[in-house]
Design a protein around this ligand. Sequence first.
Ligand code: ATP
Ligand code: MG
Length: 217
Amino acid sequence: MRIGLFGGTFDPPHVGHLVTAVNVRHALDLDLVIMMVANVPWQKEGSRPITPAEDRLAMVDAAVDEVAQLVPGRIEIDHGGHSFTADTLRTLAAKHPGAQLFTIVGDDAAAGLLTWTRHDEVVALSQLVVVDRPGDPVELSADIDWIRVEVPHLEVSSTDLRARFRDGRPLDYLVTEPVLDVICERGLYGDADTDPSFDMGFEAGAESIGQPGATRA
Ligand code: ATP
Ligand code: MG
């Protein structure tokens, strides 16, 4: 069995994540790609409020629900505390004896790999797979055996999406509709859920495109 581990904060999960996961799955003939929701992402702690892990998991669940061979992962949430890829790989190896593991990262995350806790274990337990993100090419350590997989470059980030939410700009086509539903139902990133006429435009047809945030206050 060939299993891809694609970890992230997923705050929120967007089309860049999904396009990456399905293209790496295809390119490397993976049986499964696990979108692993970080419990406490140590790299991001303190820099901004992070949406509760169970809400981020609900969004990832919604994102992959209809997508073949993509599954949400809650190992890091169940483990509690800080999330370290080395620990997650150990748990996956124990759960799936004999499986080949692939750790999938965007190049921005890959650039910091040598700062990861027990990165030598990550390298020992899995094959690293790097995808480019838009922007300047990132220099990767020549000492590590990376595989690069070409995926469409989508200039979307969760940081940008959160900013869009704050200013009421549309998120149409940047996140999938089921993810937007979870965001609205749970009132994540603002109070849009309290407004019953809130609509990002998926069902309203072409006229809604470009109307920022529809009726958001
Ligand atoms: P934030 O802006 O909050 O850091 P993000 O969009 O970078 O969010 P993360 O949850 O930090 O998303 O990323 C999880 C993984 O997905 C990382 O390996 C990251 O490099 C990768 N990734 C994120 N966005 C893209 C994208 N548009 N294309 C390819 N990979 C991406
Ligand atoms: Mg990021």
